[in-house]
Design a protein around this ligand. Structure first.
Ligand code: DGY
Length: 323
């Protein structure tokens, strides 16, 4: 009966996901999938139309999976598989209420995100974007810090460990971190010391955020945090824009309260080009590309496709969110 059900499974894929993942779906011979075949997010109205009657949804983080969408899909929806490690775009409560299983893609992107975080750290501390401009114009540029003391932050310590491992060869003096409680099993891997949030702000030369966006972490990087940081410090965010109060960050950067920021994530995305943060020389903004290497995105698409198929078959997923 399960196989027969799979035979006719209908799936909507909300983005032109990398080819390896689509190949997994095709090869399964078990699903009919329709694809929003572009690199841009599917418009909401189109999405609400397309999900009608599907058994499975393979989405990315631009799709808000909430009560409205789940109602539009109807009671046949069994699985939502997101091609992302973050799941703040999914209303877990609504999914749980409806008994819908959820897959996501942790681990396979850890290396790529760690690498991009280090790239942003070097780019901001050595002022590379300004320097490329200077090379073409006046050849005048001051200097900032080199990597000395580095800080890791909040849940998501897994990615922080990968970042710290990559930073070790830069002879970082000390790694410190904070979280709701110490995480010795991970912290010991990089010899990181647990400190309070205030100590973290006061001591860091580089403060990097790796936490998930949750109601508890929403806006947690705010005036209060920036005001305790050193004026030579650099703030890096490769998690979610929502953990930062952007007005407070702008203020801290514009007034020299902190030296610089490197942001792979913002609120909203894309950040309007008229946004004040774009006027600052000491703020490097990227279009959420931390996991965007061919290899990593392919691996994410394969994992998302396998999670989806397992969910449709009623089997354990490789990476399933416990609701
Ligand atoms: C994720 O997977 O959550 C990243 O932020 C997007 O690639």
């Amino acid at each position: 009966v399960a196989a027969a059900a799979m035979q006719s499974a209908r799936v909507y894929v909300t983005r032109k996901v990398p080819p390896d993942g689509l190949e997994v779906l095709r090869k399964s011979g078990r699903v009919q999938f329709e694809l929003w075949d572009t690199d841009d997010p599917v418009p909401r109205a189109e999405l609400l139309k397309k999900v009608r009657g599907v058994d499975g949804l393979l989405c990315v983080l631009t799709e808000k999976v909430d009560a409205e969408l789940l109602d539009a899909a109807g009671p046949g929806l069994k699985v939502v598989s997101t091609m992302s490690v973050g799941y703040d775009h999914l209303s877990l409560e609504e999914l749980k209420k409806r008994g819908i299983r959820v897959g996501y893609t942790p681990d396979v992107l850890t290396d790529a995100v760690a690498e991009l975080t280090v790239a942003l750290l070097l780019c901001t501390s050595r002022r590379l974007v300004e320097a490329t401009h200077e090379a073409k114009t006046y050849w005048r540029l001051g200097h900032l810090e080199d990597a000395k003391r580095f800080t890791i932050h909040f849940p998501g310590l897994g990615i922080c460990v990968a970042i710290a491992e990559r930073l070790k060869p830069f002879k970082v003096k000390k790694f410190i971190y904070t979280d709701v409680a110490p995480r010795p099993e991970l912290a010991n891997m990089i010899n990181a010391e647990y400190v309070s949030m205030d100590e973290l702000a006061q001591q860091s030369d580089f403060l990097t955020i790796c936490c998930a966006l949750t109601p508890e972490t929403q806006g947690i990087c705010n005036k209060n945090l920036f005001s305790k940081m050193k004026e030579t410090s650099i703030f890096i965010n490769t998690s979610r824009g929502g953990v930062v109060n952007q007005d407070d960050l702008y203020e801290a950067l514009a007034t020299g309260q902190i030296a610089g920021a490197g942001l792979d994530v913002t609120t909203p995305e894309p950040l309007p080009t008229s946004h004040p943060l774009f006027t600052l020389k000491n703020c490097v903004i990227l279009p959420h590309i931390a996991s965007a290497s061919y290899t990593t995105r392919n691996a994410m698409s394969v994992l998302a496709a396998n999670n989806l198929l397992a969910g449709l078959r009623g089997e354990p997923m490789e990476k399933e969110l416990k609701l």
